[in-house]
Design a protein around this ligand. Sequence first.
Ligand SMILES: [Zn+2]
Length: 392
Amino acid sequence: MDWPQVPIESIPPEAFVPQSCPRRQCPTHAGPDAPAFGYIRVGSYRRKCDGRRVPRFRCRVCQRGFSLQTFAVSYYLKRPELLIPIANAIVACSAHRQTARSLGCAASTVSRQAARIGRHAITFLTRMLAALPGLDEAVVYDHFESFASSQYFPLGLGTAYLHDSRLLLSVDLAPHRRTGKMSPRQKARRDQLEKSYGKPSPRAYEQALSETLDRLMPKVPKNKNLRLVTDDHAQYATAVARHPHSERIEHRRYANPPRGPKGSPRSEEALARDRAMATADHAHQFLRHSLSHQRRETIAFARRHNSLAEQLITHGVWLNYVKARRENRPREGTRAMHAGLTDEPWSWERIFARRLQPFEVDLPPTWQRVYCRRLPFPSHLEVKPHALKNAF
Ligand SMILES: [Zn+2]
């Protein structure tokens, strides 16, 4: 994967050379016949938070100004030194307020920086998918169930993992109705909330898998089929059958067989299902262990579907690039190494080496909505979209 070794902020001001215009409206991004990018240096400024001198530039084509910071993940930040500790805290199961207490900052600072890390993770995962040499391994797909605000707003997070490398490839969202056992009072409350805020699509799981397949099919070599492993959720079969490339998808479905009381031996059927789905099962178990709001019986639950998606993708980037593929065998390397993307384990410093703008990586529509914080549920909460003019 083509990615800088040294963070942009560590490059001396006089040595930094911008490679392209960071403004998405600039004519230099208009395709193969676009004018070539050129720039002029226009002095520098001293950054208040860390005293660094930051060089300024002007694009020769669109005449708009920018600086070295425009290419850094720490753009606009007053406390850039918190970015890596916050990223570490997210994947170490700390809630925002706990993190704020240990870092000596406001909880809102943690929430804002966590959202920024999430946005970077989304563009980074898109770049990773583009860099993936080709999809030769089987893909294990399953939904991870969570909720935001209250259990009346559940969200299925459709995760796709490579079977052997265990690399997280994609996350898609399936907001659905509250299901399971409910008292008559709870049912009435659900109906009342649905009247006020709308009902999620009954085909959410199908749509989520369909979007994942759209993203993965271009990576499958032309003469090969995609081997997809899922459980027997009826909407998965529909998504595969309705997909334009359905004839190139070998779909293996494993039913979730009834299980006896805890500790009872598993049936042959259950063993086969567990073997096939182990990659997703282990990853989901690890998610419950690593993200504060995904624990059972917690008061640290997420407030928005958007932040659930951001943090799951942040966790996915860390899982793929930083964490050892097998906890007790760090020398075997990371999931990204196993999948042929990198040749050494990375750190958060390396992941934050440069900022990726959404227009650079061609974000898929669902991920664009997550990036801009425009997911519709729970719609009763005031969700401030990420809509700063020069921030994307
Ligand atoms: Zn320009």
